[in-house]
Ligand binder design. Structure first.
Ligand code: SF4
Length: 112
């Protein structure tokens, strides 16, 4: 069983239920179609800790990433809500993705 987590934008939380991400995961559609022949489990659904925080100096983010590692999460899918209108990724998310990869967790851009 492959453990998956999702990472999304905290600001998006004001208007987003996560329903589209969960639907895509549960139906193995969109960016989760790659797992169609595998058993997968959604082990965590996390958000960044907000704009202006430096993830590498943020004890809360460090703790969350360590928790994913302890849970045995192998892949983190990053939601499209972490990109601006021009399709550029938020720099905070880019830094979190690097921290995840340093812990041996694969990062894939895209959920639904
Ligand atoms: S840091 Fe980026 S991903 Fe996090 S709330 Fe701000 S814009 Fe969204």
């Amino acid at each position: 069983m492959k453990k998956i987590a999702m990472l999304n934008c905290l600001k998006a939380n004001e208007v987003c239920t996560g329903a589209a991400c969960f639907k895509a995961f549960n139906l193995k559609q969109k960016h989760f179609e790659m797992y169609k022949d595998e058993e997968i489990e959604l082990a965590a659904y996390m958000r960044c800790n907000g704009c202006g925080k430096e993830p590498s100096k943020d004890d809360g983010m460090i703790e969350k990433i360590e928790r994913l590692r302890k849970e045995g999460v192998e892949v983190v899918h990053v939601g499209v809500c972490t990109q601006n209108g021009a399709g550029e990724e938020c720099k905070t998310i880019t830094e979190i993705a690097s921290m995840l990869e340093e812990k041996g967790i694969k990062v894939i851009r895209g959920t639904h």
